[in-house]
Design a protein around this ligand. Structure first.
Ligand SMILES: [Zn+2]
Length: 687
């Protein structure tokens, strides 16, 4: 449900410095990035009514080939690099063993120092895995499986399934236990079960990768090849029992609440009580069995495979999870499969960039606290709240004016909009890491303790009241999100910078940038998924049957439109998987445009100059150009293929052109004639 690409955020890949064109008059002194819209990034030889993405971004695209370390390169990557440099500076200073360091600085500094000690990682080799592997080797029967899985998950090493806490969909103030699917090594079930050429190729290469990893652990090639076959067979069993990504978009399909006793009965082959005891899960009575078939699949897989297979499978889980933190041979093999083969990146990022990401992953709010002190002021928060207010009013006006929705549903939609909570910049209450110990000379131990700390933090929420102040992203993250169960929108400090947002930028460009991002997140509250949750965050149908039907009809227009886009030969976007994001992009653009119109009308009373052209473009044109340029993006073919399967967001090019095609406001701004590619005959519109 998040804005942009959470999927990318977890596997962000480094890059070189931005290669942005243009003169320096609008360059931000803090970030070195140009503010918002840049005429020099455009391709003025292109026709905006033919391909608006090319018109807005053409010169940028030509001048910004994907750097060797990246799978794709866009405006977010530019800003990510700027943040990396700031975080690098913070961590370099914190890593000096100064007794005056604060408790947070000690933790982030020592973690970073342990990660940067490449010689120690090389010298330790795979020996750091010995305690974990020995325990697996000592496994005597399948009845030990629960104990083994818990032992690894205590270090945050995932295997077999996911067990977690979640807000109860139908009682949003309560946190309950949750069982979900997991245990795969490839990024989606489709890679195991689909017959497409790309999927077949990737699973063959995956099996080879698994074999190579076993060889790195010291196994003979023939043994390692057999072990890789076993892993593939076991993960394929789990994949077959897993739910499809698109099916999971409907919250009703992943909500099956039952008692603990009912749950245990469904999977007698796994000793759940022992697992919960070892994981120190607080006492609970109710659990959400998100994918019922997967639990059956786990039970069946335990029957189907002998204990030796389980040992092989768990051994793979350990080495796969640990590889990025071990000696170079492991790190390189992990990169080769996960980033080069799967994403097309040509070279691994420098170690310091990876280390910054690992600190952010395990100690995000300790690092974020230092980061916001340096970068985010009260003025930024005030201006942002002002814009959220403007977007809020525009969406209320939009809802009031809808000709397809009845008054009863409008009233409920308005109640929901009014109840939106806003989290801006950074959390009010910082996460407490005091019980997490960080050692300067133990990188792998730090990763295990950090991942284990997070796993237990999440599990400890079971049975507790919901914490409305909890954040899903660290403050430096260049991203934003909406949560249906919380009914809140969140904008980390990381995204509140150029090219999205800048105090000195003109309104047209700010509304095309961060304005659209805010509108996008708000619209998520009313997309195919978000609309199923009410003002209090409960899964509860507040629509009249007739209005619900009309929503579905209108949404199906987006399914067809985006499903017709082909980002890479022989593959089309999945219109249903991307429906929520496409709805949010289109709704977000409309309400950001409305908010801009209102702002301009208000300001023009005192200063009519705000309506004049700048750089030769009207405010309306600058709005769309600002929007288009936020999404300038070059991506590698392998990455595009992977994203068609995984990403609920459309590729950036289609995020821009897909919206332009549906908006009469765009067509008017650029005087596009009927029949042009950017004028869709039956334009799609929900919000
Ligand atoms: Zn989104």
């Amino acid at each position: 449900m998040r804005f942009l690409r959470m999927l990318l955020c977890v596997s962000l890949i480094g890059c070189t410095l931005p290669l942005f064109s243009g003169d320096n008059k609008d360059v931000d002194p803090k970030t070195g990035l140009r503010h918002g819209f840049d005429p020099a990034a455009m391709d003025k030889t292109a026709d905006p009514c033919n391909d608006f993405f090319q018109y807005a971004c053409g010169t940028w695209l030509a001048k910004n080939p994907v750097p060797a370390e990246y799978s794709d390169w866009d405006r977010f990557s530019e800003l990510y690099e700027v943040n990396l440099a700031i975080l690098h500076d913070i961590l370099d200073k914190a890593a000096k063993p100064d007794p005056k360091r604060s408790a947070e600085e000690q933790k982030i500094g020592d973690y970073y120092a342990s990660c940067m000690d490449e010689a120690a990682a090389e010298q330790k080799g795979a020996s750091v895995l010995k305690p974990q592997l020995d325990q697996i080797a000592a496994m005597k029967s399948k009845s030990d499986l629960a104990e083994q899985v818990a032992h690894l998950q205590n270090y945050g090493i995932p295997s077999l399934m996911r067990f977690n806490s979640q807000q109860d969909f139908k009682n949003a103030e309560s946190m309950i236990a949750e069982f979900d699917q997991g245990g795969l090594g490839l990024p989606d079930r489709d890679y195991y079960v689909k017959d497409e050429a790309d999927k077949k190729e990737k699973r063959e290469k995956y099996q080879l990768h698994v074999q190579k990893m076993f060889q790195l652990l010291g196994d003979a090639p023939v043994t390692a090849a057999d072990e890789a076959k076993v892993v593939m067979a076991m993960e394929t069993d789990l994949a077959k029992a897993s739910q499809d990504r698109t099916f999971r978009r409907d919250p009703n399909n992943v909500y099956h609440k039952m008692t603990k006793a009912e749950f245990v009965k469904l999977s007698p082959n796994f000793n759940w009580n022992r697992y919960w005891q070892l994981m120190k899960v607080p006492q609970f009575t109710e659990i959400n069995l998100a994918p019922p078939d997967f639990l059956k699949g786990v039970n069946a897989a335990i029957d189907a495979h002998p204990v030796e297979h389980w040992k092989t499978y768990l051994r793979w889980k350990v080495v796969n999870s640990a590889a990025p933190y071990l000696a170079k041979a492991f790190v390189d093999e992990d990169f080769d499969f996960n980033e080069h083969i799967m994403g097309g990146a040509e070279q691994i990022r420098p170690r310091w960039k990876r280390c910054v990401d690992y600190v952010d992953g395990n100690l995000g709010e300790a690092l974020g606290k230092v980061y916001v002190d340096k970068t985010f002021g009260a003025e930024g928060k005030r201006r942002m709240l002002e814009m959220v207010d403007a977007l809020h009013s525009a969406l209320a006006k939009d809802i009031a004016g809808l000709d397809w929705m009845g008054d009863a549903t409008k009233q409920k939609a308005n109640d929901k909009l009014k109840a939106f909570a806003r989290l801006i910049g950074y959390p009010d209450k910082w996460r407490d890491y005091s019980t997490l110990s960080v050692a300067r000379n133990d990188f792998y131990g730090n990763v295990n303790r950090g991942d284990g700390f997070e796993k237990h933090r999440l599990l400890n929420r079971v049975g507790k009241p919901v914490d409305h102040g909890e954040w899903l992203m660290s403050p430096p993250t260049v991203n934003a999100y909406y949560r249906g169960s919380m009914n809140d929108i969140t904008f980390p400090a990381g995204i509140l910078q150029p090219p999205f947002f800048e105090n000195s930028m003109d309104d047209a460009v700010n509304y095309g940038g961060i304005g659209l991002v805010i509108g996008h997140e708000m619209t998520h509250g009313f997309d195919d998924q978000g609309r199923k949750f009410d003002a209090k965050g409960n899964l509860n149908d507040w629509w009249t049957a007739d209005d619900g039907k009309k929503f579905e009809e209108r949404a199906s227009c987006f399914v067809n439109e985006y499903g017709s886009f082909s980002p890479v030969a022989d593959m089309h976007l999945n219109g249903k998987l991307t429906l929520g994001e496409n709805t949010a992009d289109n709704g977000g653009a409309r309400i950001a445009f409305m908010a801009l119109q209102q702002t301009l009308a208000d300001k023009a009373k005192a200063d009519p100059k705000v309506l004049e052209k700048v750089d030769g473009f009207t405010p309306e044109q600058r709005f769309f150009l600002g929007f288009g340029q936020v999404w300038c993006d070059n991506r590698r073919e392998e990455f595009s293929k992977q994203m068609v399967t995984l990403d609920p967001h459309s590729p950036d090019k289609f995020r821009v052109n897909g919206v332009a095609q549906n908006m009469p406001e765009f067509q008017k701004a650029f005087s596009c004639k009927g029949g042009s590619p950017m004028v869709r005959e039956n334009a799609c519109r929900v919000w």
